[in-house]
Design a binder for this molecule. Sequence first.
Ligand SMILES: Nc1nc2c(c(=O)[nH]1)N[C@H]1C(S)=C(S)[C@@H](COP(=O)(O)O)O[C@H]1N2
Ligand SMILES: [Mo]
Length: 243
Amino acid sequence: MVAPEGSTVPVKRAIPEKTVHVGRRVFLGMVALGAAGTAFGAAVQSRVGRALGSGLGSFLPGGDRFQIYSVSGTFPEIAPSAYRLSVSGLVERPATLTFADLEAMPHVRLVKPFHCVTGWIVPGVHWEGVLLSHILDTVGLRPGAVALAFDSYDRVDTESLTIEQARLPDVIVATRMLGAPITTDHGGPVRLYVAPMFGYKSIKWLSAIRVVDAVEPGFWEENGYPVNGWLNGSTATAPPPGA
Ligand SMILES: Nc1nc2c(c(=O)[nH]1)N[C@H]1C(S)=C(S)[C@@H](COP(=O)(O)O)O[C@H]1N2
Ligand SMILES: [Mo]
């Protein structure tokens, strides 16, 4: 179950105890992940947020800030020069895009809040990147293309969007965030930013976009979060009014 926006998610199920400290970061091992049920995503995030000591951020004046998540427990360090984005599947022209390729494409800028489904919100975040729809136009969709499946350099997180969702004007392959190149913690050099949906849809360390013929629920969805993660809680496939 996912709590409404702005509330905290009650953790009704025992939280796996396996936590590992990596510097100031805390994560849960994948073994523990596998053993958990549908409340798991919420449990993971609640636990990690507390561990970072920033769980009260949303309630303190000026304290709104990102909590750093990695379900894999790794924070892949990828130099922009080594970065590649594979675009494959039901496309006319499969591509392997470099960071320079992305930089050379038209960029859009957005100033939008970032909502984690567990309740913290960072208002007014500056984002910059390439419209996902532009990338789809560049590779050309083949008949039967219905959805996108996203992979991460962390080899654990995955995400999905319908083609219609992917073409919304505030869904970008982001190369800048918070007025600077995206840091490793935040999924740099390239992450997805899906403004109308909760933060779990904004996969970090984006490595691949596969165009597929059916929606493939991603990591967080397999752990209980809605496939259609609209901020207003709608479960509709198409964007709800105001999204
Ligand atoms: N690869 C990867 N992407 C991810 C996650 C993750 O654990 N791994 N967590 C998601 C969730 S639940 C949220 S709220 C945001 C958090 O972004 P941040 O770590 O930059 O604060 O990243 C999303 N993208
Ligand atoms: Mo989240």
